[in-house]
Design a binder for this molecule. Structure first.
Ligand code: 13P
Ligand code: SF4
Length: 305
């Protein structure tokens, strides 16, 4: 292979396109990855869109430009596909913030319980869950469940947001959180209230969400923000690539302390070229875990659509 670091961006794109055709590969990317990756991705989206899109692809190899739980979900939903991660160490810390033991303890306390698991979780945790959700459909799905008691894992902030939206459910919260969104301080947002529209991701703390005019997944934030002239966007920095591309006439404001997901930023274009060329960083999930985790993921695709 050519020495990648000596190539210009357009030469890398040419090489990537040649490799994709040769290896029958397609690239999915999350909005939080670096701009150059978003530029070469075949599909960009939020976690729900990516999981759903992965089930519709004809290519043999799917490169999941995101964090590990995204690659795992793609593999579980498409076990016959070759799923590659540009950086196998790009992981979401929140995915590990609940234990199987904790699930078992809560299950023992309630007969009428559904374990509702945010897609930002490990395959093992999904295997012990009743249904998965994403930030785009959590309240909608929980509302459709017959169970009154809901153990919402791992994200306490998204769980609390669902709890507020559905007062008739008994939502039991877990102590997990996204270190990037949880760190966003409401006092950095207050000054904007009433002056511009405030758009926030539901992984933010309650005090931040209380100030928001719109709360939604990355994709929902992008779609809705185009209706306004002036918007403060309260989520990870990578979203601005698509926002500016899709709605260049909206004035987007950023927080002074930029929320950055260091794991998403581990991915580079060179790593994507390398994994396709050398079939590296394959995602493998054991048959036992995969068959169990497929059930809550499929239920999510059905109820969340
Ligand atoms: P969405 O893109 O589904 O809103 O998720 C945000 C996120 O944190 C992905 O890791
Ligand atoms: Fe995980 Fe937060 Fe990064 Fe999303 S932004 S991958 S929830 S750490």
């Amino acid at each position: 292979m050519e020495n990648l670091k000596d190539l210009k961006f357009n030469e890398k794109v040419q090489l990537l396109n040649r490799l994709k055709a040769e290896k029958d590969a397609v690239i999915l990317a999350h909005y939080y990855v670096n701009e150059d990756i978003q530029a070469v991705a075949d599909y960009i989206g939020d976690s729900f869109f990516l999981a759903q899109k992965a089930t519709e692809l004809k290519e043999k190899t799917i490169v999941m430009a995101g964090v590990y739980f995204m690659g795992e979900s793609v593999k579980i939903l498409n076990p016959s596909k070759n799923v590659l991660m540009p950086d196998i160490d790009a992981d979401c810390p929140m995915a590990h913030m609940v234990s199987i033991q904790k699930i078992k303890e809560v299950r023992e306390k309630y007969d009428d319980l559904a374990v509702v698991t945010y897609i930002n979780s490990t395959a093992e945790i999904k295997a012990y869950s009743d249904i998965c959700v994403t930030s785009s459909n959590a309240a909608k799905i929980v509302n459709k469940l017959k169970e009154k008691n809901i153990f919402f894992i791992p994200d306490k902030n998204l769980g609390d947001y669902v709890k507020k939206s559905l007062p008739d459910k008994n939502i039991i919260l877990n102590d997990g959180y996204c270190p990037v969104h949880d760190e966003i301080d409401a006092s950095d947002i207050k000054a904007y209230k009433g002056k511009v529209k405030i758009f926030a991701h539901p992984e933010c703390r309650k005090e931040v969400l209380d100030l928001a005019d719109f709360i939604g997944s990355t994709k929902a934030i992008i779609n809705e923000s185009g209706k306004y002239d002036d918007v403060l966007v309260v989520t990870e920095e990578g979203i601005f690539t698509e926002l500016k591309k899709k709605f260049p006439n909206t004035n987007y404001r950023k927080l002074i302390k930029k929320p950055i997901c260091n794991d998403m930023k581990k991915l580079t274009l060179d790593k994507i070229i390398d994994v396709i060329e050398n079939n590296k960083n394959q995602v493998n999930v054991s048959e036992e875990i995969s068959s169990k985790a497929l059930i809550p993921l499929k239920r999510m695709l059905k109820l969340g659509a």
